[in-house]
Design a protein around this ligand. Structure first.
Ligand code: FES
Length: 185
């Protein structure tokens, strides 16, 4: 089953929402990782159950530069970050041989139907690979994501750079079904 996300179910970060996610993950940390996703699900509204299964389609052109869309796929948060030129340059300039989980930025992107990757859009499962908290965007020592549960820092490619998380944030299975639309799952 494939669901096309509409305005009602898409959320794009602004200061308020980012703060909400940060507070929700921080407050829930003491209660255990399993509870962390629930504030996010509640925020998604009535379509969350539908979106939790099957595949979803996301129109990348709805995500402004410098913003992140958060949605839900099979019960997991998915981040779609429209990266700025500075974020892309930072991601591409890293010496990957020194990383805990070596991956180039290109290896974390999926080519379109022409076989080219578009470094503007990073699509990830928004779950910390340590114990499953939801990291905060535009935070941490590497300007990417920061997990407040135990202090993992991810870079602008979602690669683990510092802290207890063992691996980079995962890339979900997805493909381009047109120039600007991807299907996740
Ligand atoms: S869950 Fe432990 S650092 Fe993210």
């Amino acid at each position: 089953m494939s669901e096309t996300l509409n305005k009602e179910t898409e959320t794009v970060d602004d200061e308020g929402k980012r703060d909400f996610i940060f507070l929700a993950t921080g407050a829930a940390a003491a209660a255990g990782a399993a509870s962390l996703v629930w504030p996010f699900v509640a925020q998604m509204g009535k379509a969350a159950d539908t979106l939790a299964a099957g595949s979803i389609e996301i129109n990348l052109s709805n995500v402004p530069e410098g913003q992140q869309l958060k949605t839900l796929w099979r019960g997991k948060p998915v981040f779609v970050r429209h990266r700025t030129p500075a974020e892309i340059a930072e991601a591409e300039s890293v010496d990957v041989s020194a990383l805990p989980d070596p991956q180039t930025d290109d290896e974390r992107l999926v080519p379109n139907s022409s076989g080219k990757v578009n470094p503007k859009y990073l699509v990830m499962v928004g779950v910390c690979t340590h114990f499953g908290c939801v990291p905060v965007g535009e935070a941490g020592d590497f300007d990417g994501w920061y997990c407040p549960c135990h202090g993992s820092h991810y870079d602008t490619s979602g690669r683990i750079r510092k802290g207890p998380a063992p691996t980079n944030m995962a890339i979900p299975p997805y493909e381009f079904i047109s120039d600007n639309v991807i299907k996740v799952g």
